[in-house]
Design a protein around this ligand. Sequence first.
Ligand code: SAM
Length: 294
Amino acid sequence: MSTTVPSSGPAAPASAGAPDTHEAVADSVYASDTPARRGPLRTASWGADPYANALRTGRGPLFLRRSDGWLLPLDVERWCSDAGSADLSALHRCEGPVLDIGCGPGRLVAELASLGHRALGIDVSEAAVARTRGLGGAALLRSVFDPLPGEGRWGTLLLLDGNIGIGGDPAALLDRAADLLGAGGLLIAETAPVDLDERVRVRLDDGRGGPDGRTAPVAAGDEVAEPFLWARIGTPALLRHARTGGWRTADQWGAEGRTFVSLRRPERERSARTSSQSAESANSAPVISSQLPR
Ligand SMILES: C[S@@+](CC[C@H](N)C(=O)[O-])C[C@H]1O[C@@H](n2cnc3c(N)ncnc32)[C@H](O)[C@@H]1O
């Protein structure tokens, strides 16, 4: 997403009907469809089938569907391609070992490895992690809010393609990022190229017209894309949040219509929560030493 999408301008209205109609249809479909008849439905957010299917084929359509019915197109084709010049403008600013948060199908991790960086991708989607590893990149199936290897020692964190929206609370994500970085570490974030600061409730939608964005027909074993919180934020608002959290602005730039900022980690005590997570992850993380920052 991006810059991808969310950012690149106004969201497109859902093509079919009012959101309330979709929700009502979906509710009635699910209410009348017993698990015994349909089989258990698995639920997930980014782990859901629409995202996995898009990564498997390397193409959309794929949208984040806001609860008011607006569709935010996701740039699956770009994510599944090689890194482009705007990506490179961010990657060339990376310092030390790099953690790509929400690595998706892995173009950035693969490019970083070819540039000689020690890089690890993390993602909550199995399909994304598998595809990243398929490109030869290191990746873990892990949320950014889970215990992670190398906490407090990463040189650079990447939050590109709209990933500053993860969790729907950029200030909380900045806080978590500060705990992951080493002293003087760099956070590179892509922002929406318009001045906005919004938190939205969304679900993945493959645009195939299933009720409430669910792929139709719903079959046994299908995953239902469950709603989750997401944020879209432009540079001015991100810099405001960053200043409040004690971050220093290192750089701001644009490339190919995408906008980026880099921020220096605040000098502050690590949170107690993260100190204990750090110890826990050092003991239990299933990673090889080459995935850890030195
Ligand atoms: C907007 S897409 C970005 C795609 C990616 N940057 C790329 O190059 O293809 C958001 C990505 O973040 C992942 N994600 C969502 N929540 C996450 C979390 N809490 N921790 C880690 N990754 C997450 C999603 O699975 C998805 O791959």
